[in-house]
Design a protein around this ligand. Sequence first.
Ligand SMILES: Cc1cc2nc3c(=O)[nH]c(=O)nc-3n(C[C@H](O)[C@H](O)[C@H](O)COP(=O)(O)OP(=O)(O)OC[C@H]3O[C@@H](n4cnc5c(N)ncnc54)[C@H](O)[C@@H]3O)c2cc1C
Length: 494
Amino acid sequence: MTKQAISRRGLLKTSLLGAAAGIAGTGVATSAAAAPAKAAASYDVIVLGAGPAGLVTAITAHDMGAKVAVFEKMDRPAGNAIFALGSVCGWGSRHQKEQGIKDTAEDFYAMMMDVSKQMGDKVLNRIYTDNISAGIDWLESDIGVKFGKIRPMPYPRLGRTCRVLGEGLTGGAQLVQKLLAAARKRGIDLCFQHKAIELLHDEHFAVTGVRVLTPDGQKDVKSKGGVCICTGGFSANPEMVDRYIGGWATRMVLRGSTYTTGENVSLTLPLFTKFVNMDQFHSGPILGQTHVNPADVLNSGYGVQVNTSGVRYMDENNTYVIKARTTAQRTLDNYAWVIVDSQCPVLDKVIPKFDRLNNPYGKADTIEALCKQVKLPVERIQAIVKEYNEAVDKGTLEKMNPPCTYKKPHKITKAPFYAVPFQGGMTATFGGPLINARAEIQNLDGQSIPGLYAAGNSAGGIFFHNYAGGAQLGAAVVFGRIAGAELAKRAKKN
Ligand SMILES: Cc1cc2nc3c(=O)[nH]c(=O)nc-3n(C[C@H](O)[C@H](O)[C@H](O)COP(=O)(O)OP(=O)(O)OC[C@H]3O[C@@H](n4cnc5c(N)ncnc54)[C@H](O)[C@@H]3O)c2cc1C
């Protein structure tokens, strides 16, 4: 197999910039080609980060009469959103009704809490439940976002998730494009290459503005209503990942942005902020080389999984989230293989992706030839396949070490055999400053820090363990709208 020549990450960036250029005539641009606004001396509301959370916050505050600026450190929105599929998870939406899907707030809330193993903040999950339907409507009516039909997500498999139509981009990038267009149309100051480096506050620690680093140097900008932190999480900051999660997690592949570097922590730490769920994150399988996503094979219920020494190290029936995490924790090199035969029903979906991105994998008519191709130890893998096939026949898979808990196992018998590689990848961190129902950041004494808000991946509290597919973008919309409204109200009062 040849080595990769092109990566999914590269394709995504190129397509986002290409699309920005393609619609430059409408005044929408995400690249340095568009003249970015320069920050004025003061605003009613300042938002940090031009991802979905930041743009939703800014648009909402503007629509309530505030003069708003968005400070984005890069020359374009560069956060996790541009990698996102664009799923938004909700109940009671027009889409559910049109597709005849019956749902209730109670069932939805229960699902959100179940996914977090009852550890997500109850108030925040309730707020999400009560506001997501209006958020989805607003995206359609006020921002012009187009959604496709509801399709069950891999987990949980329920009809609650509508996906933003990508129209040539990822759904997440398209969402950002639409929000950027709406912000620009409203005359919101979109200040690119303005990196927030410090929060300004008075002697009582009420936030009064922000210090930004621009190509012209540092500048202090005042805000009457306060500041909303929408800078994403800390998945791309290895020191923080090590500090809060563990050294093993620093070897995970980033599934998303390299610019989510933990300013939700570093900017707010000096204000005695309360941080929650700092060890929690979402993970998934990926290959660092090309960013090809092998999740379908791992989810298929077929095959055995081994590390590069040819040793099984986890239950093949785990979810892809757990498989990704376990691979990073229990293999030295965060690299592993799934061995399947030609009966695995998703190969025709997955292998073309590997071929398109030139990502190596193994395919051979015998296990021996397969192992030689991908440099796995022949005898060990032959022994594992034999043991596995015998256990399937005898119904003793759970006695293997470690146990395999497939409910409907399939033997590995029919050539050609495939060895598909995977690594553990980190999608996003869930930890950050705890917010309350008004998106106000809390301090260690249990009080709101005046003038300081957070939304999206910056905010801590709502997610723990896992998230219902589409609920991260949903939370960016729900809490962005709340933060924007609260900031605009506070600006009027001050
Ligand atoms: C592969 C992948 C697929 C995903 N799919 C989905 C999905 O389908 N549905 C879903 O709900 N979620 C999904 N997610 C998660 C989703 O992308 C995030 O929840 C979402 O992007 C969060 O939005 P945000 O605005 O909080 O942060 P981001 O989109 O990460 O944006 C943060 C912005 O802040 C900027 N910034 C950072 N620091 C500073 C600073 N100091 N000053 C100024 N600006 C700064 C960054 O450059 C960036 O532009 C996915 C994530 C990944 C990686």
